[in-house]
Design a protein around this ligand. Sequence first.
Ligand code: FES
Length: 65
Amino acid sequence: MEIDRCMCYQRTFEELRQVAEETGADSVEALQQHVVFGHNCQLCHPYVRRMLETGETVFHEVIEG
Ligand code: FES
């Protein structure tokens, strides 16, 4: 299992990481000001939070809210 994107909007965490780097966004909500993702099922939110903390963009484990 490999989880590397917001499935609902087809935005990779790598893409989101770059936007975070460029804009300084440091939360899901701040990132959503710059790029459309995460408005549907929101299962990607804990992954995006982890990405913002650690810089990881590919996950092999289930991370729950
Ligand atoms: S996976 Fe991101 S909103 Fe559903």
